[in-house]
Design a protein around this ligand. Sequence first.
Ligand SMILES: [Mg+2]
Length: 471
Amino acid sequence: MSFGSITAPTSAGSWVATGQGLCKRARILQPRAVAVHASSAQQATAIQQRQSAGSPEQHQPSKPAPLQSSPELWHELLGADEDEPFNARARSASDAAVLRRKGHLKEQDFLIEFLLRMHETHTCQEVFQKLDKWIVEHRQDGSRSRLKRMVPTLGCFFTPLRLVEAFQEYDRFFALSRRTYVPPNFAELRHILNIAQVHASAQSLKLCAFDADGTLYADGHHIEHDNQMVSLIVSLMRSGVYVAIVTAAGYPGEADRFEQRIEGLVNAFRRLRLPQVITDRFFVMGGECNYLLRIDASTKQLAFVPDQAWKSPLMMSWSEEAISGLLDSAQLALKQAAGKLCLPVEVIRKPRAVGVVPKQATVYEVLEEVALTVQHQLVDSPLPFCAFNGGQDVFVDIGNKSIGLEALMKHLDVSPPQVLHVGDRFTISGNDKATRDCCCIVWVANPEETGFFIKLLLNDIRAHRAQPYIE
Ligand SMILES: [Mg+2]
């Protein structure tokens, strides 16, 4: 179905029909009404008189004004509660929530898109059989592999992946292989890749990093006391895994504000009287890479780790002058990009970040355009930066999550195959994307998926402990 052949003519046709119908009714009804009360001569005179007097009955019906999608209507749609009126049915691309945040661009990955295209000529099983082989080859020589030629932007696979087994695991529940007409969608392939990565990482996992908004809790929320994420994170720490929450949020000098976002978790540490050996496994990385906090042994509260103790020499070399210069350029680029799109915004400036927040409801694609425009304009910046679409705002942060995670990995003496980062924003404008350069990743769409994959991970860790791996 194309827009030109079906939608437009149907829509235009209905407008023409409505207009003709109105005209016909006016012409037919008018003489009938006159005939009841007057002769044809009187009728002609009366009509003439009414025409000259400008009687409303004799006005030719004017052409209907074109229907306008008024700003009020759009704001009403964009502001609609996510549960209404779309509750209790499968969501579609016209849903308010989709329009507001989860536009098509949120599902964007060159490897998954390549796999989707393969399904035009292969079964799902065949796709993953080939991918299994190609990944083995790619891990041996990442620059000359067949997979690299077919997906040129592909990075590293830090662990082997058993994708056929992951597909079969997913297939047992969702009967993917029994579908005749509907190939797997983007999210289904993402789930299969995630399952394979969790199984591969569980055996040697030392550090599990989590994005915060959209991954551990819904955007703009925080970890509450009864949040199931609390027990899952504590279980990971008890199993000997370091846990780091790596977030764009940055509150320089204000450890209490960081703690507010994860209050339920830190309270649980105190309530459960977790020994220091376990709370020492917990970190918060803020401002992408600019602040590191951990639980203070005496106060049991979050406290900043001094920069000298963990930052790389490169990070320590960033001068305040260079940082403010980059933020000035970023602020100008953000305002210009928003202005070009007629989007009124409020500017938020912080010591290591600058962002714009729309003053009115908008769509994901507009914020995406702003983020990508700024990325391109700052491409020659002397400092690393992260210009990203936060879903409800666009920010430019100094550094990125990869730089922060690499510094933490060095601090904890762990290597890329031992690290897993769970996040929800891996598209070209997402602030989790950079972590692909330094560790394994799991891509989730919401906190519920995060909970699912942590449970899978914990099951695997327990299974490996019960049955130690023998080489
Ligand atoms: Mg996020």
